[in-house]
Design a protein around this ligand. Sequence first.
Ligand SMILES: Cc1cc2nc3c(=O)[nH]c(=O)nc-3n(C[C@H](O)[C@H](O)[C@H](O)COP(=O)(O)O)c2cc1C
Length: 189
Amino acid sequence: MRPQDIVDYLDVGRTPPTPVSQAWIAAAFCPPELRTEAQKVVLAESDALTDALMKADLVVIGAPMYNFGLPAPLKAWIDNVVRVGVTFGFDRARSDVPYWPMLPTGKRLIILTARGDYGYGPDGRLAHMNLVEAGLKIPLAYIGLYESEVVAVEYDEFSDDRLAASISEAEMSVDALVDQLAMAEYPAT
Ligand SMILES: Cc1cc2nc3c(=O)[nH]c(=O)nc-3n(C[C@H](O)[C@H](O)[C@H](O)COP(=O)(O)O)c2cc1C
């Protein structure tokens, strides 16, 4: 970490974002100037989460694999930050693609993930079942966070030498990433 860096830490395990609801969707898709006070309250948590994401230059997400995908609180975070009119635009009148990303450009995403089994990496035997990386990268790229890197630990459920090797390899990848990021120029926020 550089002296000028500010870390905003969110533990979705301890403070899980509220899953989106019918009321949330109605409020999010209501034009802001027409929202009722009650709808503003419904969106307040999402406002805070999207605001934090807007400000971040670097987004680091720690994600265990649960049943091939994201733990529910992390999915709830994704659903709260993929916000129409805030992090993505939508206009049915556009003839080609009606959606566009609204996050400021230049942000980077780092996914630190762990799984019990092995072979979920690119070209691995279970690559097609890795819904964690797709579940993060696809919606976040949709709102404008295109650049991403993944560091994964595998073999957690085997607790043998392969787990130890996987942890060492991941630690080396993290060290290399930190060195690279420490030199990076970030856009002014
Ligand atoms: C509820 C649950 C579901 C899991 N599902 C999978 C899975 O689908 N595939 C897998 O390889 N490991 C699975 N695991 C193992 C975890 O991904 C693995 O233990 C990981 O290291 C947990 O990360 P954590 O120690 O940060 O919680 C599961 C573990 C739990 C508790």
